[in-house]
Write a protein that binds this ligand. Structure first.
Ligand SMILES: [Zn+2]
Length: 256
């Protein structure tokens, strides 16, 4: 039987781990220690690491994990990512034997140019592209690029479990309320996710349906978000990517 768990790392990262009781695969183990502890405690062999993008809090475990376990390291094409054994590109299919896992690789540039996401087994491992009620900052890409990446994610089934790399949900909800405060689904999510965090439980994975209903960064085709962007940009008819860009700019200003 396949099991998926999230291991907390650093202050607010999650390392997602699939295992079948014998072999394990980990997504973005930036800190190797919690993963090695989990593997030891459960007598699991690490067969592969899947990397979404080059940031150190996602790739920092690669060298040590490969040394200790001999695992394969799958990653996008970027020389800044250490210890890579297999390069992946959008459109690739990834088939792993132990445990038996099958993913479609989605190119999701925006947060970084190299960013890829993994889709399979009803789950999306989206790194720093989508967060609970939020999205990654545009460190390298443009709003147009990120909006196209988010459109690809929006085309996945509503039941898809969204497995993000950070626990940022409550902060993101606080921002979302400043532009979408009368959205009942958002207010309901705030109640539920606050209760989870009060018990130190993750708010993730969420479902794509929930993100579509509450995450302003996935609602850039929505009339309410378009009206917000029109006022923010002082532009009567913004394009969807401009609506996304306005929401991102408003969040960046709110953060600072
Ligand atoms: Zn990042």
């Amino acid at each position: 039987m396949l099991t998926l768990i999230s291991l907390p790392a650093f202050d607010d990262n999650y390392i997602w781990v699939w295992h079948d009781g014998r072999h394990a695969v980990a997504v973005d183990p930036g800190d190797p220690d919690p993963l090695l502890d989990f593997l030891d405690a459960n007598r699991l062999t690490l067969s592969a690491v899947l990397i979404t993008h080059h940031h150190r809090d996602h790739t920092g475990g690669n060298v040590l994990l490969r040394q200790r376990t001999g695992c394969a390291v799958y990653a996008p094409d970027n020389p800044r990512i250490p210890a890579v054994t297999h390069v992946l590109r959008g459109g690739d299919k990834l088939n792993l034997a132990e445990p038996g896992l099958h993913f479609d690789v989605l190119a999701t540039p925006g947060h970084t140019l190299d960013h890829i996401s993994y889709v399979g087994h009803g789950c999306l491992f989206c790194g720093d592209t989508v967060f609970g009620c939020g999205c990654g900052k545009l460190f390298e890409g443009t709003p147009e690029m990120m909006a196209a990446s988010l459109d690809a994610i929006l085309s996945l089934p509503d039941a898809t479990q969204v497995c993000c790399a950070h626990e940022y949900t409550l902060t993101n909800i606080a921002f979302a309320k400043t532009i979408d405060g009368s959205n009942p689904a958002l207010l309901e999510r705030e109640r539920e996710d606050r209760a989870l965090r009060a018990q130190n439980r993750p708010t993730l994975p969420s479902s794509l349906a929930r993100e579509k209903a509450t995450n302003p960064f996935l609602r850039f085709h929505d009339p309410d978000m378009t009206a917000f962007a029109a006022a923010y940009l002082k532009c009567p008819h913004p394009e969807p990517s401009e609506v996304f860009g306005a929401i991102r700019a408003a969040k960046d200003a709110w953060d600072s």
